[in-house]
Design a protein around this ligand. Structure first.
Ligand SMILES: Nc1ncnc2c1ncn2[C@@H]1O[C@H](COP(=O)(O)OP(=O)(O)O)[C@@H](O)[C@H]1O
Ligand SMILES: [Mg+2]
Length: 236
């Protein structure tokens, strides 16, 4: 249950627990998706993320902050996605589609067998997914540099390639959205991921690869942008 006490503990997460959110969390609990929210993680760009418990096991609950989402930007992004080209510009509908899209993208990513959290459920503006970590959540790459950057970079590029071959581009890949768990890259946050057949998808792929190469060059890796792009889109 999201009890009053637990809500008080999360008071710092301003405005997350409005009536609509409470009702959605309650519905998810009633369906048995999770038992209770446990620990809030550092506030993200557009969402509040919590560790939740289900039969003592950890899960991730990601709640989009409807109050301060940039709907114009979201609408712009999502209507380019062929899956959502008939979207109308209604706030609730946009958020709903955004959340559903993240869930669908996660499922799609999972099928490629890359390292990524499993999608568990979604409702309204809330996505539930597998927790990546041990007693502590896996830190983002920006906070924990890999011990073997060469290998980490290679795996990252391979994962981008696997996604691309399956028709998906992450679209917001950076050291914020790659977790470093046991020196292996786990991709998270597919809210901007799109299909390769989306008109602007190459731009997103190029940006992802640019970000990744830039980061690893700082770690002393010979991460050449052109070569990496070729490797990702190449036949082999
Ligand atoms: N599956 C997960 N396992 C562990 N930590 C996670 C997971 N998903 C998100 N987090 C943590 O929550 C933060 C915000 O999540 P993210 O999906 O990137 O949201 P936002 O869209 O707000 O950036 C991440 O930087 C990461 O630290
Ligand atoms: Mg993020």
């Amino acid at each position: 249950m999201v009890t009053l006490k637990s809500q008080e503990r999360f008071r710092t997460d301003k405005g997350v627990f409005d009536a609509h959110t409470n009702k959605t969390l309650f519905d998810l609990q009633k369906k048995g998706i999770f038992d209770k929210l446990d620990i809030p993680l550092p506030v993200g760009k557009e969402s509040n993320v919590f560790i939740a418990l289900k039969d003592g096991k950890r899960l991730i609950v990601k709640i989009y902050r409807m109050q301060n989402c940039d709907f114009n930007k979201m609408f712009d992004y999502i209507r380019k996605d062929p899956r959502y080209e008939f979207m109308k510009k209604h706030k609730r509908q946009i958020i709903l589609a955004w959340t559903q899209r993240e869930y669908k993208n996660l499922m799609r990513a999972e099928k490629t067998k890359i390292k990524t959290p499993k999608a568990i459920a979604w409702k309204n503006h809330i996505v539930i997914e597998e927790y990546i970590g041990d007693e502590n959540p896996a830190p983002p790459l920006k906070d924990k540099y890999p011990e073997d950057p060469e290998k980490f970079f290679k795996t990252t590029v391979n994962q981008i390639k696997k996604l691309y071959k399956s028709g998906l581009i992450h679209g917001d890949l950076s050291s914020f959205n790659i977790l470093n768990f046991n020196d292996e890259p786990y991709f998270i946050d597919y809210s901007q991921a799109t299909l390769t057949r989306t008109p602007n998808s190459m731009e997103l792929l190029e940006r992802d690869i640019g970000n990744v190469c830039h980061f690893f060059r700082k770690l002393g890796i010979n991460a050449n942008y052109e070569e990496t792009l070729k490797k990702v889109v190449g036949k082999k």
